[in-house]
Design a protein. Structure first.
Length: 125
């Protein structure tokens, strides 16, 4: 499984065949403009279904109003949040209400990857 890493000013993206893992920098606020950059970067990598996995090891905020636009990303099959922090999970539950595709919250990174692969495989059947 080949990994391609792209570093942006506000995050690091690790691209794999069926999923991308993002690590947003500490203290960032993901708003419309940063989301636009994320979407553009990701859309250049994927022309087949993929899952976005955000590894929330840092503390940052997300404007939930970005999710309707994110939901429109053509090949985006699902969205996963990985965090062991209680507040990050609570925030993700709120974000989940704004997202129109499969959206899951995990404590363990491996569980998110397994879910992403299963989601892609189910979509191809």
């Amino acid at each position: 499984m080949k990994e391609t890493i792209v570093k942006l000013k506000f995050c690091t993206l690790s691209f794999f065949d069926n999923y991308v893992i993002s690590v947003i920098n500490e203290g960032e606020h993901i708003d419309y403009d940063l989301n636009k950059i994320l979407i553009k970067t990701i859309e250049t990598h994927y022309h087949t279904p993929f899952v976005y996995i955000t590894n929330r090891i840092n503390s940052y905020s997300v404007d939930p109003n970005i999710y309707p636009r994110t939901t429109e990303v053509k090949n985006l099959a699902g969205f996963a949040v990985v965090s062991r922090a209680h507040m990050a999970k609570v925030n993700a539950q709120i974000e989940q209400m704004f997202f129109g595709k499969p959206f899951e919250i995990f404590s363990e990174f491996d569980d998110a990857i397994k879910w992403a692969i299963d989601l892609i495989e189910k979509g191809q059947n």
